[in-house]
Design a binder for this molecule. Structure first.
Ligand code: ATP
Ligand code: MG
Length: 227
């Protein structure tokens, strides 16, 4: 029976080693039984850009997590009708895993705009939020943000570094290894005909090459440089 479940949502276009390593560190640091990757079906926050079809983003995740028994994949957001809203996904996961404690892993960049998400304050009641650090921001930003946008009643426990609240779930700040990798950067490198080796798992690299994803046109002039 799963008691402590980490959830990492995202577009995963494509999944990269920043996601995977950070999820592994969260797993160990928070003593999770599993981390579930939940790719967004129709990302509400990516206007103006074509996102790769769900099946391809799914397949790359599947290839990436295959050998890790603590990682799982959920097609929840494809099953839910309409746009992918995290609040709906967390509600659904609470139903699917009764009795389990949910930990919602979210990168600092996404966390600092979480107040723009649909019914955002509900998120802080549905799961313990785990802020993953990314280059450029620190713990002070989490503290500020909570006080300004969520509630003035969070208190930081100095020994654990956890922000606790009388009614809402605790909020964590994970001191994960800083890996300055993003899917945006990977897509750009591919479009420039440059290598993405060591930024994504080997299987993802092969998959991207096989389908010729992210290239500006088929003829980038550097077809072999992506290896
Ligand atoms: P994009 O550049 O397209 O926004 P991304 O690399 O941010 O892609 P997402 O699919 O948007 O990837 O991210 C899913 C979640 O993982 C988000 O909460 C994001 O902040 C987090 N995340 C992404 N990359 C890292 C990283 N290198 N370290 C820690 N967290 C990350
Ligand atoms: Mg992102």
């Amino acid at each position: 029976m799963l008691r402590r479940i980490g959830i990492i949502g995202g577009t995963f276009d494509p999944v990269h080693l920043g996601h995977l390593r950070t999820a592994q560190e969260a797993l160990e640091e928070l003593g999770l039984d599993r981390v579930l990757f939940v790719p967004a079906a129709a990302p509400p926050h990516k206007p103006g850009r074509e996102v790769l079809a769900f099946q391809h983003r799914w397949r790359m995740l599947e290839l990436s997590i295959a050998e890790n028994p603590h990682f799982g994949l959920s097609d929840l957001e494809r099953r839910l009708p309409g746009k992918s809203y995290t609040v709906n996904s967390l509600r659904k996961l609470n139903e699917e895993f009764p009795g389990a404690k949910l930990f919602f892993l979210v990168g600092m960049d996404a966390f600092l705009e979480i107040n723009t998400w649909f019914l955002f304050s509900e998120l802080f009641r549905l799961a313990e939020i785990v802020v993953l650090r990314r280059p450029g921001h620190g713990e002070g930003d989490v503290e500020d943000f909570l006080a300004r946008k969520v509630s003035g009643d969070y208190i930081r426990d100095p020994s654990s570094g956890v922000f606790t609240h009388p009614e809402m779930c605790p909020v964590h700040y994970l001191r994960n290894t800083l890996l300055d990798i993003s899917s945006t950067r990977i897509r750009k490198l591919v479009a420039q005909g440059r290598s993405i080796r060591y930024l994504v798992p080997r299987e993802v690299l092969s998959y991207i090459c096989e389908f010729d994803f992210y290239a500006l046109g088929r003829d980038t002039g550097f077809p072999s440089a992506r290896g």
